[in-house]
Design a protein around this ligand. Sequence first.
Ligand code: CUA
Length: 144
Amino acid sequence: MNAEKLALNLASIVLLIFFALILYGAYVKNIDLPTCIVNVKPFDKERVVQVSENKYEIYYIARQFSFFPMEVKIPRNSTVDIYLTSPDVTHGFHIEGTNVNLMAIPGAVTYYRVKFKEPGKYRIVCHEYCGLGHQNMMSWIIVE
Ligand code: CUA
């Protein structure tokens, strides 16, 4: 086997490994990409909706320089559908201790589903510079 063939074969194997890892992430670990959704209109009021036992929807407004609602209490093992929008500028939205990492975009709604298995105080921080109060922009989810 010459060197070129060897290089091609190695590249193919690496690609196959990447592809397998993507499938593993998607189907075994249930890792999903945050999505910008079009069937929910941008909203101007934050709210928390209990859909059923252990199932919630939280509609977050990210506004200079806070997230609304500022604090939400839910029981452990809750599944939460997060809807996020912004009335002013682009903000970041990361729930520490989870893999939730979204952008709040004016005129759009981003969505992600997360399950809170462990009780605790989860801090939400803004990770996109949005003005003078950026570093103080946060909110909490308390899992009891
Ligand atoms: Cu909002 Cu930085």
